[in-house]
Design a binder for this molecule. Sequence first.
Ligand code: S3P
Length: 427
Amino acid sequence: MKFTKAPCLKGEITIPGDKSISHRSVMFGSLAKGTTEITGFLEGADCLSTISCFRQMGIDIERTGDTVLVHGKGLRGLTAPRKVLDCGNSGTTTRLLSGILSPQAFDVTITGDESIQKRPMNRIIQPLTQMGANITSLGNNGCAPLRICGRTLHGIHYLSPVASAQVKSAILLAGLYAEGETRVTEPYLSRNHSELMLKQFGAQVSAQENTVLIRPAKELYGCKVDVPGDISSAAFFIAAGLMVPGSEILIKHVGINPTRSGILSVCQAMGGQISLLNEQYKTGEPTADILVRHSSLHGTKIGGAVIPTLIDELPILAALACFAEGETVIQDAAELKVKESNRISAMAAGLSAMGADVTETEDGMVIRGRKPLHGSTIESHFDHRIAMTFAVAGLCAEGETEVLDAECVNISYPGFYRDLMGLVQGR
Ligand code: S3P
């Protein structure tokens, strides 16, 4: 897919549903008694992998227009799948499902695509094993495929070495079935969608600072979930609006949960003109319309507790930093190396190829901004967020930018290119 300089971006856009919340709505709905009605569900490949896994475990899931109906069978209602469960490219499906499957009364194998088979799973194997789970990495390399043999579990207090919502959620889901209480303490607070939604489904969950506690549940109960727009997808339009001269974009109904909204405060700290309009609080998640205007930006330091709140937005923030005066330092972000691709090296390579001044570091990168970008051929590494980042960068570069394997955006945002190009004015 090829991109050239855009004169300006203007208009209004409603972006697709939040990926993290969509996954959880299907998972928790499957484990609940009764029907869960989901609106705004993200029809991206990752969330469809989650639907497919639960269908193979006997859950009836209907998709009609914008609504997904999950006919849950209760906490003990899943049945053994007939074949290996394929989580595709989805880390959330693989890790959260491991927590759900560990206490079941059957054995199962789960796997995923080439990228998933390289991503670290010891981070969930270790705590779940401490709870009594029996999980084997079949390649003996700490990665999927994973063989999970159902066992009775007991609660633990896990001090997680990483701030990861996928790790935290896997443990909490196992904790629903465990004997006694389960606690997870993280170094920094990661996204808390599981905690909020589990409560809505009737689980006993409480949180204090960076520790979450869950008590074993007798049942969860189906409910209505309205999935807000994904701030991680909105991020590309926020950055594009700030970067392209003369732009003004209104992004409607975006989730602004504080454990996800670090991009807003960081962009504002860089001098970005971003306003929140129409703030609302529906079904447990705060939302707002985000108005973005082209702005003169300056560099900043991004590290510490803010990192988990913008972990998926760091690729586009790195591109944004190329348009900011002075230096931007991204640190404490070594987690980027174990995402769908190594996002530190993918970003450093792509931005350097476009003429940016970027230095890769052990846990992030340093970008010295305002070197003009020129078009180049960019490896997306089949990583949706890398592809979307360079599509946006291509709108601000001289000449032509080609993003390879660009269709990988279907993981989180089918229709991304159409929506982005729909805002381009004056060509
Ligand atoms: C996710 C958590 C994050 C994020 C991923 C989705 C989730 O991963 O990068 O895209 O849905 O819980 P970690 O929690 O492993 O950092």
